[in-house]
Design a protein around this ligand. Structure first.
Ligand code: PMT
Length: 435
């Protein structure tokens, strides 16, 4: 891992929330490294954290007073909790224990740490640390998915030997890796937009009463009982869109290929493997107001062999005959009846991104293409962030690299505006007039 110049965080203010876990001692090292790079650090300890490490250690290393108590009058006079949460450039939670993640996901505010986390207007970077079974527990994974959907960033956890003697994922990321994640987060705008409810024209659950149908993840096309053709999609982008649509009040159906991430909360998720199954599940879920094809559907399939293909006596490699899969996006966009008012596709390209996206927009007949560069250098497959261009018949709108949950929220706000503007033709096709 390459690290930046010694003063890379000069002038930046980090609010460090320390949860109560064995890894809390590593948070001291993190403070030291942050200070070395020129950052100011204010530490907030939960009651449990103060049993693992002393507030005095944090005060000595940070050179600032340490905050622990929500009800301390002195704190409120000197530095109200709202101000404390707003004055930072970034909020970092290290270690983020299972309990702290659960409280955050629920929106609880029952101590100073969780109150700050709820009140902050800045991005939150979480460094989870816990026993591997706690990390892998569906409840924790649900909480992680909720927090990602809310815009939280994550670093780690790492795999390795744990304090409890078990081996697996759950170790807190090393301080230098957390520093790298902090530097990356601070390269973007860390100011969180206000939730829709507070934003006038997009007030409230603005997609209430709408049905949003989303595809996500890869498809898997069997070659024989043991092998398949697939791709690197993790489902993060599509799932984030489904989660954001649910948060905006829509009824959401997500048709997902095989992924390792949790189903988004509040979403009806259908699990499929092949492109043909995905098409059938999408058609079964219609009618919908908005269709968003974020899945990386395999263009080709193989007529699968019933038995595992063996090496022949000649050892010549077998020939795979590829057949074209149905194009789900095109078939939904070109429906004569029951076409969703807005049909949105993605374009995963490795060169000439905009030109290919424009070609797909025209060929498939959808209303909007969200184009992204999936070349190795861009690192979009499986990543938490994405840089997209919205290509419509009226032009192109390019967004900076954003967390996938942020891309999702902005995309839905954009589509909502199109729906609300009532830009529909007589036959129901949407017209996207402005980029
Ligand atoms: O899942 P992540 O790791 O988060 O990565 C996100 C992503 C890169 C997969 C996502 O952002 C993305 O680009 N999804 C579309 C991938 C893709 O298949 O692109 P494409 O250019 O090959 O296809 C264009 C569009 O046609 C897509 O909307 C696709 O869903 C659709 N399609 C393609 C082939 C097919 N047989 N049927 C389809 O519906």
């Amino acid at each position: 891992m390459g690290f930046s110049d010694p003063q890379s965080l000069s002038g930046k203010r980090i609010l460090l929330v320390v949860g109560g876990g064995v890894a809390a001692y590593k948070a001291l090292e993190l403070v030291r490294r942050l200070r070395e790079r020129g950052a100011g650090v204010r530490a907030v300890l939960t009651a449990a954290a103060a049993r693992f490490v002393t507030p005095l250690s944090f005060a000595s290393l940070s050179g600032e007073r340490v905050y622990e108590d929500l009800f301390s009058l002195t704190d409120e006079q000197e530095m109200g909790h709202i101000r404390l949460s707003r004055e930072a450039d970034l909020v970092v939670v290290a270690p983020a224990t299972a309990h702290l993640l659960a409280r955050m996901a629920q929106g609880l505010a029952d101590d100073l740490a969780t109150t700050l986390l709820l009140a902050t207007d800045k991005r939150t970077l979480l460094a989870p640390a816990m026993n591997l079974r706690m990390w892998l527990h569906p409840a924790t994974q649900r909480n992680v998915a909720t927090l990602r959907g809310d815009g939280a960033l994550f670093v780690g956890p790492d795999e390795g030997e744990m304090a409890c003697g078990e081996f697996g994922p759950g170790r807190m990321a090393e301080p230098l890796a957390i520093i790298a994640a902090i530097e990356a987060a601070l390269r973007e705008n860390t100011l969180l937009p206000l939730p829709f409810a507070a934003q006038g024209p997009l007030a409230g659950r603005h997609l209430a009463g709408r049905h949003v149908l989303v595809t996500s993840g890869p498809t898997r096309e069997p070659i024989d009982p043991a092998r398949y053709l697939s791709n690197r999609s993790s489902g993060k982008q599509g799932h984030a869109i489904a989660a954001a649509a649910a948060r905006a009040g829509a009824r959401v159906t997500l048709v997902s290929g095989p992924v390792e991430i949790a189903d988004p909360p509040g979403v009806a998720t259908r699990h499929v493997e092949t492109a043909q199954q995905m098409l059938a599940a999408v058609e079964a879920a219609l009618p919908a107001d908005i269709f968003i094809g974020a899945a990386a559907v395999a263009d080709w399939r193989v007529e699968p062999s019933a038995d595992k293909i063996k090496k022949g006596a000649s050892r010549a490699p077998p020939t795979l005959v590829l057949r074209e899969n149905p194009d789900i996006l095109a078939s939904i966009a070109q429906r004569r009846e029951g076409r969703p008012a807005l049909v949105v596709g993605f374009a995963a390209e490795t060169r000439d991104v905009l030109a290919h996206a424009q070609e797909k927009l025209a060929r498939k007949g959808c209303d909007l293409i969200v184009a992204n560069d999936v070349g190795a250098a861009a690192g979009v497959f499986g990543a938490d962030s994405n840089e997209v261009h919205l290509v419509s018949r009226a032009g192109v709108q390019s967004w900076p690299r954003l967390d996938k949950s942020e891309v999702a929220a902005r995309l839905l706000a954009y589509l909502f505006e199109k729906l609300a503007a009532g830009q529909t033709r007589r036959d129901g096709d949407a017209v996207m007039e402005t980029p």
